[in-house]
Design a protein around this ligand. Structure first.
Ligand SMILES: NC(=O)c1ccc[n+]([C@@H]2O[C@H](COP(=O)([O-])OP(=O)(O)OC[C@H]3O[C@@H](n4cnc5c(N)ncnc54)[C@H](O)[C@@H]3O)[C@@H](O)[C@H]2O)c1
Length: 314
Protein backbone atom coordinates (compact mmCIF):
# COMPACT_ATOMS: atom_id res chain seq x y z
CA UNK A 1 0.00 0.00 0.00
CA UNK A 2 1.49 3.34 -1.05
CA UNK A 3 -0.42 5.91 0.95
CA UNK A 4 1.77 8.96 1.26
CA UNK A 5 4.35 10.04 -1.30
CA UNK A 6 6.59 13.13 -1.10
CA UNK A 7 8.14 14.82 -4.15
CA UNK A 8 10.81 17.50 -3.66
CA UNK A 9 11.37 19.93 -6.54
CA UNK A 10 7.79 19.15 -7.57
CA UNK A 11 7.46 22.36 -9.61
CA UNK A 12 10.44 21.51 -11.82
CA UNK A 13 10.45 19.95 -15.29
CA UNK A 14 10.73 16.33 -14.13
CA UNK A 15 8.74 16.96 -10.93
CA UNK A 16 5.63 18.24 -12.70
CA UNK A 17 5.55 15.27 -15.04
CA UNK A 18 6.11 12.84 -12.15
CA UNK A 19 3.30 14.42 -10.11
CA UNK A 20 0.87 14.07 -13.03
CA UNK A 21 1.78 10.41 -13.40
CA UNK A 22 1.53 9.67 -9.66
CA UNK A 23 -1.92 11.25 -9.46
CA UNK A 24 -3.15 9.38 -12.53
CA UNK A 25 -1.62 5.94 -11.93
CA UNK A 26 -0.64 5.82 -8.24
CA UNK A 27 2.43 3.82 -7.31
CA UNK A 28 2.78 0.08 -7.80
CA UNK A 29 -0.92 -0.23 -8.62
CA UNK A 30 -2.03 1.59 -5.47
CA UNK A 31 -3.77 4.96 -5.54
CA UNK A 32 -2.19 7.58 -3.28
CA UNK A 33 -4.00 8.90 -0.25
CA UNK A 34 -1.71 11.94 0.03
CA UNK A 35 0.90 13.48 -2.25
CA UNK A 36 3.08 16.11 -0.58
CA UNK A 37 4.76 18.48 -3.02
CA UNK A 38 7.80 20.40 -1.82
CA UNK A 39 9.15 23.42 -3.68
CA UNK A 40 10.21 26.96 -2.89
CA UNK A 41 6.82 28.34 -3.97
CA UNK A 42 3.52 27.38 -5.54
CA UNK A 43 1.59 29.85 -7.65
CA UNK A 44 -1.91 28.39 -7.28
CA UNK A 45 -3.77 25.83 -5.17
CA UNK A 46 -3.72 22.29 -6.61
CA UNK A 47 -7.07 21.02 -7.90
CA UNK A 48 -6.56 17.46 -6.56
CA UNK A 49 -7.55 17.22 -2.90
CA UNK A 50 -4.94 14.53 -2.20
CA UNK A 51 -2.20 17.08 -2.86
CA UNK A 52 -0.56 19.06 -0.04
CA UNK A 53 1.71 21.84 -1.31
CA UNK A 54 4.56 22.45 1.13
CA UNK A 55 6.15 25.77 0.15
CA UNK A 56 9.61 26.60 1.50
CA UNK A 57 13.15 25.33 1.29
CA UNK A 58 14.04 21.68 1.77
CA UNK A 59 17.05 23.07 3.69
CA UNK A 60 14.63 24.24 6.41
CA UNK A 61 14.09 21.64 9.16
CA UNK A 62 10.61 22.98 9.95
CA UNK A 63 9.56 22.69 6.29
CA UNK A 64 10.75 19.06 6.18
CA UNK A 65 8.92 18.30 9.43
CA UNK A 66 5.67 19.57 7.87
CA UNK A 67 6.11 17.30 4.87
CA UNK A 68 6.93 14.31 7.07
CA UNK A 69 4.12 14.90 9.58
CA UNK A 70 2.65 11.44 8.94
CA UNK A 71 4.05 8.06 7.81
CA UNK A 72 5.87 8.51 4.47
CA UNK A 73 5.84 5.58 2.04
CA UNK A 74 8.08 7.03 -0.69
CA UNK A 75 10.17 10.14 -1.35
CA UNK A 76 11.27 11.27 -4.80
CA UNK A 77 14.07 13.75 -4.15
CA UNK A 78 14.32 15.93 -7.27
CA UNK A 79 14.95 19.42 -5.86
CA UNK A 80 18.34 20.83 -6.78
CA UNK A 81 20.34 23.90 -7.69
CA UNK A 82 21.57 23.41 -11.29
CA UNK A 83 25.32 23.19 -12.01
CA UNK A 84 25.85 26.72 -13.32
CA UNK A 85 23.93 28.35 -10.46
CA UNK A 86 25.69 26.16 -7.89
CA UNK A 87 29.11 27.23 -9.25
CA UNK A 88 28.11 30.90 -8.86
CA UNK A 89 26.79 30.43 -5.31
CA UNK A 90 28.72 27.72 -3.46
CA UNK A 91 26.85 28.05 -0.11
CA UNK A 92 23.46 27.74 -1.84
CA UNK A 93 24.57 24.74 -3.92
CA UNK A 94 26.02 23.00 -0.90
CA UNK A 95 22.99 23.69 1.28
CA UNK A 96 20.45 22.29 -1.24
CA UNK A 97 22.42 19.73 -3.23
CA UNK A 98 24.28 18.22 -0.26
CA UNK A 99 23.11 19.32 3.22
CA UNK A 100 19.37 19.17 2.47
CA UNK A 101 19.76 15.68 0.96
CA UNK A 102 21.29 14.53 4.24
CA UNK A 103 18.55 16.34 6.18
CA UNK A 104 15.79 14.67 4.13
CA UNK A 105 17.34 11.26 4.87
CA UNK A 106 18.06 11.83 8.58
CA UNK A 107 14.55 13.15 9.20
CA UNK A 108 13.12 9.82 8.00
CA UNK A 109 14.85 7.93 10.85
CA UNK A 110 11.75 8.00 13.01
CA UNK A 111 9.42 6.38 10.48
CA UNK A 112 7.73 3.14 11.56
CA UNK A 113 8.69 1.51 8.23
CA UNK A 114 11.65 2.72 6.11
CA UNK A 115 10.23 4.61 3.13
CA UNK A 116 11.42 4.13 -0.44
CA UNK A 117 13.77 7.03 -1.33
CA UNK A 118 14.63 7.76 -4.97
CA UNK A 119 17.36 10.35 -5.54
CA UNK A 120 17.88 12.11 -8.88
CA UNK A 121 21.64 12.10 -9.41
CA UNK A 122 23.29 13.09 -12.66
CA UNK A 123 25.76 12.13 -15.37
CA UNK A 124 27.67 15.23 -14.21
CA UNK A 125 29.29 12.92 -11.62
CA UNK A 126 31.55 11.60 -14.44
CA UNK A 127 33.13 14.99 -15.02
CA UNK A 128 34.53 16.52 -18.20
CA UNK A 129 37.08 14.02 -19.48
CA UNK A 130 34.98 10.98 -20.27
CA UNK A 131 36.79 7.75 -21.19
CA UNK A 132 36.22 6.29 -24.68
CA UNK A 133 33.50 4.04 -23.24
CA UNK A 134 31.49 4.73 -20.08
CA UNK A 135 30.14 1.77 -18.16
CA UNK A 136 28.92 0.87 -14.68
CA UNK A 137 32.51 0.57 -13.42
CA UNK A 138 33.57 4.03 -14.62
CA UNK A 139 35.00 5.98 -11.70
CA UNK A 140 33.23 9.33 -11.23
CA UNK A 141 35.41 12.45 -11.35
CA UNK A 142 33.05 15.42 -11.04
CA UNK A 143 34.27 18.68 -12.55
CA UNK A 144 31.70 20.90 -10.80
CA UNK A 145 30.51 21.23 -7.19
CA UNK A 146 27.05 20.20 -8.47
CA UNK A 147 28.40 16.82 -9.60
CA UNK A 148 30.53 16.40 -6.47
CA UNK A 149 27.55 17.07 -4.19
CA UNK A 150 25.30 14.72 -6.19
CA UNK A 151 27.95 12.00 -5.93
CA UNK A 152 28.10 12.52 -2.16
CA UNK A 153 24.29 12.32 -2.14
CA UNK A 154 24.52 8.87 -3.75
CA UNK A 155 26.74 7.71 -0.87
CA UNK A 156 24.37 9.26 1.68
CA UNK A 157 21.43 7.36 0.15
CA UNK A 158 23.38 4.09 0.26
CA UNK A 159 24.45 4.68 3.85
CA UNK A 160 20.93 5.64 5.01
CA UNK A 161 19.71 2.42 3.37
CA UNK A 162 22.36 0.39 5.19
CA UNK A 163 21.29 2.03 8.43
CA UNK A 164 17.68 1.05 7.75
CA UNK A 165 16.36 4.63 7.63
CA UNK A 166 15.16 4.29 4.02
CA UNK A 167 15.05 1.82 1.15
CA UNK A 168 17.01 4.04 -1.18
CA UNK A 169 18.15 4.14 -4.78
CA UNK A 170 20.00 6.82 -6.76
CA UNK A 171 19.59 7.13 -10.51
CA UNK A 172 22.04 9.11 -12.64
CA UNK A 173 19.92 11.11 -15.07
CA UNK A 174 21.27 12.18 -18.46
CA UNK A 175 19.91 15.35 -20.11
CA UNK A 176 16.14 14.79 -20.14
CA UNK A 177 14.08 16.05 -23.10
CA UNK A 178 12.00 17.94 -23.99
CA UNK A 179 11.99 20.70 -21.37
CA UNK A 180 9.46 23.35 -22.41
CA UNK A 181 10.39 27.04 -22.63
CA UNK A 182 13.54 28.80 -23.78
CA UNK A 183 15.88 26.87 -21.49
CA UNK A 184 16.60 29.94 -19.33
CA UNK A 185 20.14 30.27 -20.64
CA UNK A 186 21.03 26.60 -20.17
CA UNK A 187 23.80 25.62 -22.59
CA UNK A 188 22.04 22.30 -23.31
CA UNK A 189 18.72 24.02 -24.12
CA UNK A 190 19.14 23.23 -27.84
CA UNK A 191 18.51 19.53 -27.13
CA UNK A 192 14.95 20.23 -25.97
CA UNK A 193 14.28 23.14 -28.30
CA UNK A 194 14.90 20.91 -31.31
CA UNK A 195 11.72 19.02 -30.44
CA UNK A 196 9.42 21.97 -29.76
CA UNK A 197 10.71 24.24 -32.55
CA UNK A 198 10.63 21.61 -35.28
CA UNK A 199 7.18 20.40 -34.17
CA UNK A 200 5.97 24.02 -34.45
CA UNK A 201 7.73 24.55 -37.82
CA UNK A 202 10.06 27.24 -36.44
CA UNK A 203 13.73 27.77 -37.36
CA UNK A 204 16.48 26.95 -34.87
CA UNK A 205 20.24 27.47 -34.69
CA UNK A 206 22.01 24.74 -32.74
CA UNK A 207 25.48 25.27 -31.20
CA UNK A 208 26.80 21.85 -32.25
CA UNK A 209 27.53 19.98 -35.48
CA UNK A 210 25.12 17.48 -37.08
CA UNK A 211 27.36 14.57 -36.13
CA UNK A 212 27.64 15.73 -32.52
CA UNK A 213 26.54 12.77 -30.44
CA UNK A 214 24.60 12.93 -27.19
CA UNK A 215 22.87 10.71 -24.62
CA UNK A 216 19.08 11.06 -24.89
CA UNK A 217 16.14 10.08 -22.71
CA UNK A 218 12.55 11.33 -22.81
CA UNK A 219 10.82 12.68 -19.75
CA UNK A 220 8.32 9.80 -20.09
CA UNK A 221 11.02 7.12 -19.95
CA UNK A 222 12.83 9.01 -17.17
CA UNK A 223 9.66 8.88 -15.05
CA UNK A 224 9.14 5.18 -15.80
CA UNK A 225 12.62 4.64 -14.36
CA UNK A 226 12.06 6.79 -11.26
CA UNK A 227 8.84 4.87 -10.55
CA UNK A 228 10.56 1.54 -11.12
CA UNK A 229 13.32 2.46 -8.66
CA UNK A 230 10.61 3.17 -6.06
CA UNK A 231 8.80 -0.13 -6.52
CA UNK A 232 11.27 -2.85 -7.60
CA UNK A 233 12.20 -5.38 -4.88
CA UNK A 234 14.98 -3.57 -2.92
CA UNK A 235 16.74 -6.90 -2.35
CA UNK A 236 17.74 -6.61 -6.02
CA UNK A 237 19.65 -3.33 -5.58
CA UNK A 238 23.45 -3.38 -5.83
CA UNK A 239 25.29 -2.42 -2.60
CA UNK A 240 25.94 1.08 -3.95
CA UNK A 241 22.19 1.54 -4.44
CA UNK A 242 23.03 3.51 -7.55
CA UNK A 243 22.38 3.02 -11.26
CA UNK A 244 23.09 4.88 -14.47
CA UNK A 245 19.83 5.43 -16.35
CA UNK A 246 20.07 3.75 -19.77
CA UNK A 247 20.14 6.16 -22.73
CA UNK A 248 19.84 6.24 -26.50
CA UNK A 249 23.09 7.49 -27.99
CA UNK A 250 22.22 9.46 -31.11
CA UNK A 251 23.70 12.19 -33.28
CA UNK A 252 21.87 15.49 -33.54
CA UNK A 253 21.31 14.74 -37.24
CA UNK A 254 19.62 11.44 -36.38
CA UNK A 255 17.20 13.25 -34.06
CA UNK A 256 16.54 15.96 -36.67
CA UNK A 257 15.89 13.31 -39.31
CA UNK A 258 13.38 11.52 -37.06
CA UNK A 259 11.68 14.82 -36.27
CA UNK A 260 11.45 15.55 -40.02
CA UNK A 261 9.87 12.14 -40.58
CA UNK A 262 7.34 12.88 -37.82
CA UNK A 263 6.49 16.51 -38.54
CA UNK A 264 7.37 17.04 -42.24
CA UNK A 265 10.36 16.96 -44.60
CA UNK A 266 10.49 20.79 -44.63
CA UNK A 267 11.75 20.60 -41.02
CA UNK A 268 15.27 19.57 -42.11
CA UNK A 269 15.92 23.01 -43.61
CA UNK A 270 14.85 24.78 -40.40
CA UNK A 271 18.00 23.72 -38.54
CA UNK A 272 21.20 25.78 -38.86
CA UNK A 273 24.36 24.33 -37.35
CA UNK A 274 26.76 26.82 -35.74
CA UNK A 275 29.10 24.64 -33.67
CA UNK A 276 30.61 26.18 -30.56
CA UNK A 277 33.61 24.01 -29.55
CA UNK A 278 32.94 24.55 -25.84
CA UNK A 279 29.29 23.43 -26.04
CA UNK A 280 30.13 20.64 -28.49
CA UNK A 281 32.65 19.21 -26.01
CA UNK A 282 30.20 19.41 -23.10
CA UNK A 283 27.01 18.18 -24.72
CA UNK A 284 27.73 16.58 -28.09
CA UNK A 285 30.80 14.38 -27.63
CA UNK A 286 29.41 11.54 -25.56
CA UNK A 287 31.08 8.12 -25.82
CA UNK A 288 29.14 4.83 -25.85
CA UNK A 289 27.45 4.06 -22.51
CA UNK A 290 26.92 0.46 -21.36
CA UNK A 291 24.33 -0.13 -18.60
CA UNK A 292 23.72 -3.91 -18.40
CA UNK A 293 23.11 -3.99 -14.63
CA UNK A 294 20.60 -1.15 -14.80
CA UNK A 295 18.79 -2.93 -17.63
CA UNK A 296 18.74 -6.21 -15.70
CA UNK A 297 17.11 -4.33 -12.83
CA UNK A 298 14.41 -3.22 -15.30
CA UNK A 299 15.53 0.33 -16.07
CA UNK A 300 15.20 1.26 -19.74
CA UNK A 301 15.82 3.92 -22.40
CA UNK A 302 13.23 4.87 -25.01
CA UNK A 303 14.03 1.98 -27.33
CA UNK A 304 13.78 3.88 -30.61
CA UNK A 305 14.24 7.46 -31.76
CA UNK A 306 10.55 7.51 -32.81
CA UNK A 307 9.56 6.58 -29.28
CA UNK A 308 11.99 9.18 -27.89
CA UNK A 309 10.07 11.84 -29.83
CA UNK A 310 6.63 10.62 -28.76
CA UNK A 311 7.54 10.35 -25.10
CA UNK A 312 9.51 13.62 -24.98
CA UNK A 313 6.43 15.56 -26.01
CA UNK A 314 3.82 13.71 -23.89
N1 LIG B 1 16.45 17.54 -16.36
C1 LIG B 1 17.63 17.03 -16.62
O1 LIG B 1 18.04 16.96 -17.77
C2 LIG B 1 18.47 16.45 -15.50
C3 LIG B 1 19.70 15.87 -15.81
C4 LIG B 1 20.48 15.35 -14.76
C5 LIG B 1 20.01 15.41 -13.46
N2 LIG B 1 18.81 16.00 -13.20
C6 LIG B 1 18.35 16.09 -11.82
O2 LIG B 1 16.98 15.71 -11.75
C7 LIG B 1 16.28 16.52 -10.83
C8 LIG B 1 15.07 17.14 -11.50
O3 LIG B 1 15.50 17.89 -12.62
P1 LIG B 1 14.58 19.03 -13.26
O4 LIG B 1 15.04 19.18 -14.66
O5 LIG B 1 13.18 18.78 -12.97
O6 LIG B 1 15.08 20.28 -12.42
P2 LIG B 1 14.40 21.71 -12.34
O7 LIG B 1 15.49 22.69 -12.13
O8 LIG B 1 13.44 21.91 -13.46
O9 LIG B 1 13.54 21.60 -11.00
C9 LIG B 1 14.14 21.60 -9.73
C10 LIG B 1 13.10 22.14 -8.74
O10 LIG B 1 13.72 22.19 -7.46
C11 LIG B 1 13.21 23.33 -6.82
N3 LIG B 1 14.08 23.75 -5.73
C12 LIG B 1 15.26 24.41 -5.82
N4 LIG B 1 15.72 24.71 -4.61
C13 LIG B 1 14.80 24.26 -3.73
C14 LIG B 1 14.70 24.30 -2.33
N5 LIG B 1 15.61 24.92 -1.57
N6 LIG B 1 13.62 23.74 -1.73
C15 LIG B 1 12.65 23.15 -2.47
N7 LIG B 1 12.70 23.08 -3.82
C16 LIG B 1 13.76 23.64 -4.44
C17 LIG B 1 13.14 24.38 -7.93
O11 LIG B 1 12.28 25.46 -7.54
C18 LIG B 1 12.62 23.56 -9.08
O12 LIG B 1 11.21 23.61 -9.16
C19 LIG B 1 17.30 17.52 -10.29
O13 LIG B 1 17.77 17.06 -9.06
C20 LIG B 1 18.41 17.51 -11.31
O14 LIG B 1 19.67 17.77 -10.68
C21 LIG B 1 18.03 16.52 -14.19
Amino acid sequence: MMGHVVVTGAQGFVGQALVKRLLADGLNGHALSRLTLMDVRFDAPHPDNRVVQQAGSIADTAVRAQAYDMQVDAVFHLASIPGGAAEKNYPLGRSINLDATLGLLEDLRGQAKPPRFVFASTVAVYGEELPSQVNEQTLPAPALSYGAHKLMGEYLVADASRLGWVQGCSLRLPGVVARPGDGAGMMSAFMSQLFWKLAAGQPLTVPVSPDGVAWWISVGACIDNLLHAATVDPARFNPRRCYQMPVLRLTVAEVVEALAQRFGADRRALVTYQPDPFIEKLFAAYPPLATPHAETLGLAHDGTVAQLITRSME
